[in-house]
Unconditional design. Structure first.
Length: 261
C-alpha cells in the first residue's frame, strides 16, 4: 500500500501537476490523522473495557469485605450489649449499695471491671482504598453509593473514635483501683479472647483468698463520689456506640444491595 502511494505521488510530481499533488498530499495527511484517531479510539475502548472488568472484580471484593465486616459488627453489638448490662448492674449497686455478702460485692467489682471492656472496630478498607487510588470509584455507581461508602469507611469510624475519651477515663479509674491479683483472675477465669474477632464473657466463681481485698475495693469504689459521673459517662458512650454500630449495619446492607444491582 505504501509503495502504491509513493508511485501515485511520483507520477503526479513527474506530470508537473502541483495542484493535484497538493490535494493528494493533504489527502494522505488526512488518512494518517484518521488512522491515528481510530487507533486512539480503539485504545480508549480497550482501556475502558479493562477498567470496567477491574471495577467489577473490585466490586465483588468490596461486597465480600463489607459482608465480613457485618459479621464482625454483629459480634461487637452483642458484646457491647453485655457490657451495657454490666454497666447497668454497676450503676444500680452504686446507687443502692444493697450487697449483703462478699459474693455480691465480688459481682459488683466484676461488673465495674467488665464495664471498662473495649473491642475496637475498623472496617476492612484495603479494597476501598484500592478503588479510590485507581480512580475507579465512579464505576461503582452514582453519587449516592459513593456517599454511602464515604459514610461507612470514613464518617462512622471517626464517630467511634470520638468515644475513646469517655471510655479511657473510666478504664483508667476502675483498673487503677481493682488489684492486679483480681484483674489477673478475671482475665484467666471470667473472660476469653479467641483471636481478633471473638471475645467471650464467662461465668466465674468468687476467687478464693481474696475476700479482704474485695471488701476493701468495694467500699472504696461504691463510696467514691467521683465514680458515678465516670460510670454515667461510660454508660453514655456505650449507648452512642450501639447506635453508631447499628447505623453502620444499615449502611453496609444498603451498600451491598446497591453494588449488586
Amino acid at each position: 500500500m505504501i509503495t502504491l502511494f509513493r508511485r501515485i505521488r511520483q507520477k503526479l510530481i513527474d506530470s508537473g501537476s502541483f495542484t493535484k499533488y497538493l490535494l493528494y498530499a493533504i489527502g494522505e495527511i488526512l488518512l494518517v490523522v484518521i488512522g491515528i484517531l481510530i487507533a486512539l479510539q480503539v485504545n480508549n475502548w480497550n482501556e475502558e473495557r479493562n477498567d470496567v472488568a477491574e471495577a467489577e472484580q473490585l466490586t465483588e471484593r468490596l461486597i465480600n469485605d463489607i459482608s465480613n465486616d457485618k459479621e464482625r459488627l454483629n459480634y461487637r453489638i452483642t458484646f457491647f450489649k453485655t457490657v451495657m448490662d454490666f454497666a447497668t448492674q454497676a450503676n444500680e449497686e452504686t446507687e443502692l449499695k444493697k450487697a449483703s455478702d462478699v459474693y455480691e460485692k465480688w459481682e459488683y467489682l466484676l461488673a465495674v471491671f467488665h464495664t471498662s471492656q473495649t473491642w475496637p472496630f475498623m472496617p476492612a478498607d484495603a479494597t476501598y482504598n484500592e478503588i479510590q487510588n485507581s480512580g475507579l470509584l465512579g464505576y461503582l455507581g452514582e453519587s449516592d453509593i459513593q456517599n454511602l461508602l464515604s459514610s461507612y469507611y470514613i464518617d462512622n469510624p471517626l464517630q467511634l473514635n470520638q468515644l475513646v475519651g469517655g471510655t479511657q477515663a473510666y478504664r483508667d479509674y476502675s483498673r487503677s483501683l481493682i488489684p492486679v491479683t483480681l484483674q489477673k483472675y478475671i482475665w484467666k477465669e471470667c473472660f476469653e479472647i479467641r483471636g481478633l474477632d471473638l471475645q467471650i464473657f464467662g461465668d466465674c466463681e468468687l476467687p478464693a483468698g481474696e475476700e479482704a481485698d474485695i471488701e476493701k475495693v468495694y467500699d472504696m469504689i461504691s463510696g467514691d463520689p467521683n465514680f458515678p459521673p465516670l460510670l454515667t459517662r461510660r454508660h453514655a458512650t456505650l449507648l452512642i456506640r450501639e447506635q453508631i454500630q447499628s447505623d453502620m449495619l444499615k449502611v453496609a446492607d444498603n451498600v451491598i444491595n446497591q453494588l449488586k444491582k
